[in-house]
Design a protein around this ligand. Structure first.
Ligand code: ZN
Length: 258
């Protein structure tokens, strides 16, 4: 069964990254069907998540029963709703960062689930992507198509809404530029997808070495990148800490209807 980042703890939604010794491990429940689930710290305690207890399945009508395994097999046309295993809103990131300053936003990207989620995107055609809905960490429903945004759409949203948000940027990369040890990956802004605004992916210097292998394959590609868009004195950007976990590179361009 799909692992998830969220669980219900009494009346509160908790993120696996928030769980410490103060939590009683018997009290986690699925936020959809309220069946008991267990907490696991993951490999080297670096990939905290929730999963079901042995022989305890989610209730029949729980959206988790309909989740990743079938999401990955997109041929199953009956799948129309999936439970988010990434964060569709930035609310939780802010909470985690305020309460657990040593557990940074950055850690949050490194779990296996963002990677699985992004690869699954590639198996869906554009119509299916626009159709699918995500049940978020708060139980709300979000259209998957609504969080996949091109750079112009992101910039417009940033100007209009003035709040931090998470999205999946869809764009076309150009050649990387090294700036004092950091790497900037500009997205094309005048050709593919007819984007007008400049937008960069930015890999901070301290993360460059970890990403060296993947960097060789990132130029001139259609990519989906999961993260929080920002604006600074140099312009609009999205920070990338792990290409492997945050970026999905679409090797063969599909016909794009969006
Ligand atoms: Zn459930």
């Amino acid at each position: 069964m799909a692992r998830t980042n969220f669980a219900l703890y009494f009346d509160e939604i908790v993120d696996a990254f928030e769980v410490d010794d103060n939590y009683s491990t018997k009290n986690f429940k699925c936020q959809i069907c309220h069946e008991k689930i267990q907490f696991n710290r993951g490999i080297n305690h670096k990939d905290p998540h929730f999963k079901n207890w042995p022989k305890v399945e989610h209730l029949n009508n729980c959206a988790f029963n309909n989740n990743y395994k079938r999401f990955n097999k997109y041929n199953d046309q009956n799948v129309d709703k999936i439970v988010s295993t990434i964060l569709p809103s930035a609310k939780r990131l802010t909470v985690i960062n305020n309460q657990y300053p040593n557990r940074t936003i950055i850690e949050r990207y490194f779990g296996r689930r963002s990677k699985e989620f992004l690869s699954a995107l590639n198996m869906l055609d554009n119509d299916k992507i626009n159709e699918l809905t995500l049940i978020t960490e708060y139980g709300n429903t979000v259209k998957l198509g609504d969080i996949i945004l091109r750079q112009d759409e992101i910039i417009e949203k940033m100007k209009n809404e003035n709040i931090e948000f998470i999205c999946i940027l869809k764009g076309y990369t150009s050649q990387i530029i090294e700036i004092k040890g950091s790497i900037k990956i500009p997205l094309t802004s005048n050709g593919k997808y007819k984007n007008k605004n400049k937008f960069d992916l930015f890999l901070p210097a301290s993360y460059v070495e970890k990403n060296n292998i993947q960097l060789k394959n990132i130029e001139n590609k259609l990519i989906f990148c999961y993260g929080v868009p920002e604006k600074n004195e140099y312009g609009y950007k999205m920070n990338v800490y792990s290409i492997e976990h945050q970026i999905f590179i679409q090797e063969k361009c599909k016909v794009d209807k969006k």
